[in-house]
Design a protein around this ligand. Structure first.
Ligand code: 6PG
Length: 280
C-alpha cells in the first residue's frame, strides 16, 4: 500500500519487458526462445503432452526422429529430466526419419546416436523400435512396407505418424531431402533411396514429403548461428522447394511448429567479439 492507500503495484515495481524476441515469418507456429536449452525444454514439454494425448486417442504413439547433432541434447533431456520421463514409451513406436547407408553401429548412423541417447534408456519394447537397415538393397521398400503394416490397426485417415521431429541443414535440406533431388517431387512413395554427392555418405534412405506431411504434428528444431541465414532465406525469400527443400514441409491435416533459439532466429544478444575491450 502507498501513501494514498492505493494497493495497486506501481509500474516501476513491475517494469514492462519490451525486448521480446520476434519470430521470423515462417509457416506455422514459431517459438523463439533465448537459449537452446530453453528451446529443448519447450519441445520436450510439447512432445510429452502430445504423446499422452495420442495414446488416449489411439492407444499407441508413433514418432519419427531425425539424426544430426541438433536433437541430441533433446533426446538426452527426455531421458534424464524427471519432468519428461513420463512420455509413454511402452506405448510408443519409434521410426527414423532418414538414415545414412552405413551399418547400424557405424559412427555416422543416425540410429546409433538415437539408440545410445534414448532407446537404451527408455522402457520402449524392442519390437516397437524401427531402425532402417539402410545397407540392404531394398531398404526403402521394406521400411515403407513395415510402416504400412504397423498402421493397419488404425482407421483410414488416422494411419499416419503422430509426431515428426525434423532438423534443418544450412543448405535448406530436411530429412535427407536435398536440393535438386528427384525425391522432392516423389508422387507416391513414402520412403525413398537418395544419392547426394556433397554429403557423407552420399547414399541415404529418407521419408518423403508424402509421409512427413501426413503427420499429426511436425516439430522443426533449429539452433545456432550457423542456421540463421537459412532461416532468414526461408522467411523472406521465394526460393522453390527444389532449392530450399524445407519449404516442402506443409502438413495436410496437422500442426507445424518451429522451435528456434535466438541465434538461429538471427537475434542473438551476445556481444560480437570486436565489441569486447581489448587489453592490447
Ligand atoms: C541427418 C539428418 C538431417 C539433419 C540436418 C541437420 O541425417 O543428418 O536427419 O536431416 O536433421 O542435416 O543436421 P544438424 O542437426 O547436424 O545440423
Amino acid at each position: 500500500m502507498d501513501a494514498t492507500g492505493d494497493t495497486t503495484p506501481s509500474r516501476e515495481t513491475y517494469p514492462v519487458i519490451e525486448d521480446q524476441l520476434t519470430p521470423p515469418a515462417l509457416p506455422g507456429t514459431v517459438v523463439v526462445l533465448e537459449t537452446a536449452d530453453e528451446v529443448i525444454d519447450r519441445v520436450a514439454g510439447d512432445l510429452v503432452a502430445h504423446a499422452e494425448q495420442c495414446v488416449r486417442d489411439h492407444e499407441e504413439f508413433h514418432i519419427a526422429l531425425s539424426g544430426g547433432s541438433t536433437p541430441e541434447p533433446l533426446y538426452r533431456r527426455l531421458m534424464y529430466d524427471p519432468d519428461f520421463r513420463r512420455l509413454p514409451w511402452r506405448r510408443t513406436h519409434l521410426w527414423i526419419v532418414d538414415e545414412r547407408c552405413v551399418e547400424l553401429d557405424d559412427e555416422l548412423s543416425n540410429y546409433k546416436m538415437i539408440r545410445e541417447t534414448l532407446v537404451e534408456h527408455a522402457d520402449i519394447p524392442p519390437e516397437q523400435v524401427h531402425p532402417i537397415a539402410a545397407t540392404d538393397p531394398d531398404a526403402d521398400v521394406a521400411y515403407e512396407r513395415g510402416f504400412k503394416q504397423a498402421m493397419l490397426y488404425r482407421p483410414a485417415g488416422e494411419d499416419r505418424l503422430d509426431y515428426v521431429l525434423l532438423g534443418l541443414g544450412s543448405d535448406g535440406h530436411t530429412a535427407s531431402l536435398f536440393p535438386g533431388s528427384s525425391a522432392l517431387a516423389e508422387p507416391h512413395r513414402l520412403v525413398r533411396r537418395v544419392h547426394h554427392e556433397p554429403v557423407q555418405p552420399p547414399d541415404r534412405i529418407t521419408m518423403t514429403f508424402n509421409l512427413l506431411n501426413a503427420a499429426r504434428m511436425i516439430g522443426v528444431l533449429v539452433t545456432g548461428t550457423s542456421k540463421a541465414a537459412t532461416i532468414q532465406q526461408i522467411a523472406t525469400g521465394s526460393d522453390p522447394v527444389e532449392v530450399l527443400p524445407i519449404r516442402g514441409i506443409a502438413p495436410h491435416n496437422g500442426e507445424l511448429l518451429w522451435y528456434l533459439d535466438a541465434a538461429a532466429a538471427g537475434q542473438s544478444r551476445e556481444e560480437p567479439p570486436c565489441a569486447q575491450t581489448s587489453k592490447v
